[in-house]
Design a protein around this ligand. Structure first.
Ligand SMILES: [Zn+2]
Length: 279
């Protein structure tokens, strides 16, 4: 039984951040990478105890350079992402029994979401999928659902966990910290968080068939409000429909194709290139 673990850095207990003008900047990078790797290892332990045989961990933050492979649990393999594929879909297919999101953060604009943003804190002001506000948690779980893989656990700050519950309904969550603003946060104790992650991952994996596989019905429509009009210009040049000076709409009958369009692929090309099709 294979398990797919998506990771991000902002929602890890003890990760500290501030603003670099318009976006987010993690300030304690070295300890953040260590804390992330420890949380991932706790999850891997729980999954192995629950019967998982093959675990792939995706280093999903920024340049895919955050997980310390030399400290990674021996039962896990590390996926590095890059090259402009549709985000989050790397190595995913229907052979996985479950998906987890570790270190998640809330979507851009959530007042109590620590380091809240949606993919690019210098570019995306708001994102709606078929008129529903979405962030990375919803998009990640929809990517897994595209391949009929249930998302069974989301960990991150309190606002991220709430976002997961709001979108998915039944989902195991582990809160790592609670923010009062984008940059002010009270962290739990990291050892306590790891202990809970281990237990919750095992429990979630044992109950993996009880979690919903929530998909999006086509036609899929992604509306993106950019931070600046010049960013919208770039989308318009690639064929996006311009709604106003800083908002564009991408459309597709296929959800992964839609995400690929967001990162520059012409409609229909990405899925053909990587032999991706939903079922
Ligand atoms: Zn992120």
């Amino acid at each position: 039984m294979k398990v797919y673990i998506m990771t991000d850095l902002e929602g890890i207990c003890g990760v500290n951040g501030c603003s670099d003008g318009t976006g987010n900047k993690i300030v304690n990078v070295e300890s953040s990478c260590r804390l992330l790797t420890e949380e991932v290892n706790a999850v891997v332990e729980g999954l192995v105890d629950g019967g998982a045989k093959e675990i792939i961990v995706i280093d999903g933050h920024g340049g895919s350079n955050s997980i310390l492979i030399e400290n990674l649990h021996p039962k896990a393999r590390l996926g590095i992402i890059g090259g402009g594929l549709a985000p989050v879909t790397y190595f995913l297919d229907s052979s996985f029994a479950a998906c987890l999101q570790i270190g998640a953060h809330a979507m851009e604009g959530v007042a109590t979401g620590f380091l809240n943003h949606t993919f690019d804190s210098h570019a995306v002001a708001n994102m709606w999928l078929n008129d529903m506000p979405v962030g990375e948690i919803a998009i990640g779980s929809l990517c897994a659902a595209y391949f009929n893989v249930p998302t069974i656990l989301v960990s991150g700050d309190k606002a991220a966990c709430q976002e997961a519950v709001d979108f998915l309904g039944r989902i195991e969550t582990v809160v790592t910290k609670a923010a009062s603003s984008r940059y002010a946060v009270v962290n739990r104790n990291p050892a306590e968080v790891c202990q809970e992650l281990r237990k919750s991952s095992e429990r979630a994996f044992l109950n993996r068939d009880k979690y919903p596989v929530k998909k999006i019905a086509p036609p899929c429509r992604l509306k993106i409000q950019l931070m600046c009009p010049n960013q919208a210009d770039e989308y318009e040049k690639r064929g996006a429909k311009r709604v106003d000076h800083q908002t564009v709409i991408l459309q597709s009958d296929d959800f992964i194709d839609l995400l690929a369009q967001r990162v520059g692929w012409a409609p229909g090309i990405h899925n053909q290139r990587f032999a991706i099709s939903g079922n």
